[in-house]
Write a protein that binds this ligand. Sequence first.
Ligand code: M6R
Length: 575
Amino acid sequence: MCGIVGIVSAKAFPSRVLLERLKRLEYRGYDSYGLFDGRGVIKHVGGIRVEGRGRCAAGIAHTRWATHGGVSERNAHPHLSCDGQIALVHNGIIENYEEIQKGLVRKGHRFASETDSEVIVHLLEELLRRRPIEEALPRLFRELKGTFAILAMIRGRDEIYALKRDSPLVLGAAEGRSVLASDIYAFSDWTDRAVFFENDEMARVGPDGARFFDRTGRPVRKPIRTFHWQEERTAKRTSGHYMLKEILEEPAAVGRLLFSLGHDQKPAFERLVRLIRRSRKVIFASCGTSYHASLLGAYYFHRAGMEVQTLIASEFRHFAKVDAETLVVALSQSGETMDVIDALKYARENGGRIASIVNVPHSTIQRMSDLSLNILAGPEVCVASTKAFVNQAALLLAIARAFGFQVQLETLPDRIRTLFKQRVKIRALAGRIARSRDAYIIGRGLTYPVARETALKIKETSYIHAEGMMGGELKHGTIALIEKGTPVLSLINAGDPDIVSNTKEVEARGAEVFVLTNHPTLGGDRNAVHLKTANDGKFGILAAVAGQLIAYYAAAALGRPIDKPRNLAKSVTVK
Ligand code: M6R
């Protein structure tokens, strides 16, 4: 995943503004970055430093997360054509780049990087030798296989050419300037008006505005949409990291969602409930944290007397049988996860209906859906998803309630606030987990999905090996790994005797047991965090919030970068 930004303005602007905007997309990749401001290219390895250098009327920029080619300045974007006249940034993967490259090398092109992206700029240069730009771009569409959001500029022209297929691209219509970006977060503090590219569309964006075309070059009319995207007021400086900032925003985010389900989103919510009721089969499709939220949802639905299937989106086509009576419900924070998009394409090909629950408004997944609800968590900058999980789970709980599950959902924001008062204790517990190389998190029923989510958060932020599992599964093998001092976090929903006996099993093996529970006394004082809530499903969400804090404090104790994905790029094979 990479982030791209392009700005065209009626008045010259400092080129550092490109980097400022790019910084807002840094969560999409941060191993190197670069910009082209009409005069020249700057590239650096590492996190984005917002620095000044003159003014420009148009420019493009890119923050990279390496896939093809290691982390180096020469692999950073923008890439230049042989004559240095064209600069280009790309997010996506060009599948036929080797074939294109061979042909271009035969024609005399010299390549400066190991990336798949560089072939695009040379191909464009080649195409432009014999035809004007308006004919070259449809040819580019025809020749490229794979996924792309491309921004290209020609030296001396204050114009950006933008092309999209299967990678996100949006144009923000701000006062006096147009901003092209991978997502609305790049400009959501400037404008709430945007034009969303569909697949195989392109645009020519100049100081006088944007013109859109289909892949053959025929003009298309695109509506400008107004989006609602709540920028939170909680200052990052109060918390130090976006991860903590975003966890602390959870009470406000849940409150906003619950209000909207009773007001502006009420008709859509009721339509979704009707659609679920009418469908013979309901399948959730999602990845990572969103998948864990869907598992929690499946538990809630089960408690309401309904069966749903949950599938990891990348495995969807291998396990799902979709027909016209199937409803596929996609869950995604970004609304742009390619595995989910692929699952939805498969669902569509097989005649299924599509609903989605997303955070980023107007995202691709939302636009692919027959019906979509917004979780309204607001921008999630930290790569570890936290407040989105809470709002996804709260929305699924609200749906289960509509099917008869008894829950007092309105108290959830206050319960989370009360949990925050235990941060000192949670931090101490996290500090003890941080001393270990491995950790196990066990749950059952309501808390099984939370065990998996907590393990994912610990792995992702603190790089400790963590396994989240069903307490009942321990004895079928994994218990062999539990030895004296192994940390085991047990998520105990009051009134569940089975998870209590699983906890005793690991204790008997010498594990250092920690407990998160809504039981008033279980687990003693030193090793237990007691979360106050009734036994109505909210405990699952509260335990997940406590798990997020444990992951955060463990990562902080170990001095991990926290807000960013671990830089695996250096170990990526250089093609
Ligand atoms: O944007 P999505 O919810 O579709 O993303 C899915 C996963 O990539 C995401 O939840 C990932 O697992 C999180 N970074 C984990 O914190």
